[in-house]
Design a protein around this ligand. Structure first.
Ligand SMILES: *Cc1c(COP(=O)(O)O)cnc(C)c1O
Length: 338
């Protein structure tokens, strides 16, 4: 048995999901004629009380399209220095949108209203124009940490005051919402655009949806075309997403419960100095007296896979294909490692 905790993107479609995919009605989505894609875009938009949605091949693409919508030459994006949009999207902010980035610090990957306020550039010939604030929820490199709605409200107020757009990289937003109990509709009122990943905890093979108002999503459709992301009979993939929204949201709590148990096991381990607070399905362990490469080798020899996450950290992510039996096995195996 291999226990693969490298990422929640590793899940394979369940039988129910495969059946939904096989039987999906499809058409050419570049012509706007795929009924299943249209249904998915409308379903997610309705869940968040937003006007429109756009199905894309990846969360990187939905984020990059949003950044393109809200920036341009000589503009600047404010985000955390650990943001996915900055660290893990191939330098796309620069190469797709030619925008500058202001990186902020903050515990567990979260940025404060005051730091944002202090980072809005003055209307001055020297400075790029600040046009966008981008947040991430849950925050991957912050250990799956959560923003609450009350933390977003003052940020939203600053954006309104200064005429800035507010984007949410919500790759794992449903992980945050099942924990906080907050409603998607309330979150929909806070942001100009939201990116939702379907291929993370929700367990789809492919896909992400960008949400926004009608005008923005119309422009986004054209940007997606230029990025090469217009797909044809994409309804087979959208059907997986509709199935996941109906069946895989509540169960994210199970992933979180298993992640908390993993966190407790790792906390007691002699080779671990610290575990980030486990808020959702991500567990980041800081190592003591061993490098990530050495630790990963030891784990691998016990049939456990994780990833290096910074110079002295490893990351474990729980997901749909990690069950209680594997959790027990993990507990037996982790004790063997010393
Ligand atoms: C996975 C992820 C994305 C998108 O990644 P893709 O692999 O391109 O779908 C965006 N933001 C965060 C925080 C992520 O974890």
């Amino acid at each position: 048995m291999i226990i693969d905790l490298r990422s929640d993107t590793l899940t394979k479609p369940t039988q129910g999901m495969l059946e939904a995919m096989w039987s999906a009605p499809v058409g050419d989505d570049v012509f706007g004629e795929d009924p299943t894609v249209n249904a998915l875009e409308q379903k997610l938009a309705d869940m968040f009380g937003m006007e429109s949605g756009l199905f894309c091949p990846s969360g990187t693409m939905t984020n990059q399209i949003a950044i393109r919508l809200h920036t341009g030459l000589q503009t600047e994006v404010i985000c955390h220095k650990y943001s996915h949009i900055y660290l893990y999207e191939g330098g796309g902010i620069m190469s797709n949108s030619h925008a500058s980035v202001k990186l902020l610090d903050g515990a567990y990957g979260k940025i404060s209203p005051q730091d944002i306020l202090d980072s809005v550039n003055p209307d001055d010939v020297h400075a790029p124009e600040t046009t966008l604030v981008s947040l991430e929820n849950t925050m991957n490199k912050g250990g799956g940490s959560i923003y609450t709605l009350d933390e977003i409200k003052p940020i939203k107020a600053i954006c309104e005051q200064y005429g800035l757009k507010l984007h949410l990289d919500g790759a794992r937003l449903f992980n945050a919402l099942v924990e906080s109990g907050e409603s998607p509709k309330d979150w929909g009122t806070m942001f100009d655009t939201i990116s939702i990943c379907l291929s993370k905890g929700l367990g789809c093979p492919v896909g992400s949806v960008l949400l926004g108002n009608k005008a923005d999503i119309k422009r986004a459709r054209k940007v997606r075309k230029a990025f090469g992301g217009g797909m044809r009979q994409a309804g087979f993939l959208a059907a997986a997403a509709i199935y996941a929204l109906d069946h895989h949201i509540d169960r994210l709590k199970e992933d979180h419960a298993r992640a908390r148990k993993l966190g407790e096991m790792l906390e007691q381990h002699s080779l671990v100095s610290e575990v980030f607070p486990v808020m959702t399905n991500i567990v980041i362990a800081k190592l003591a007296g061993i490098t990530p490469a050495e630790m990963l080798l030891k784990l691998e020899s016990e049939g456990i896979k994780a990833v290096k996450f910074g110079k002295d950290q490893v990351r474990f992510v729980t997901h749909l294909d990690f069950d209680d039996e594997m959790l027990e096995r993990f507990e037996e195996k982790i004790i063997e490692i010393r």
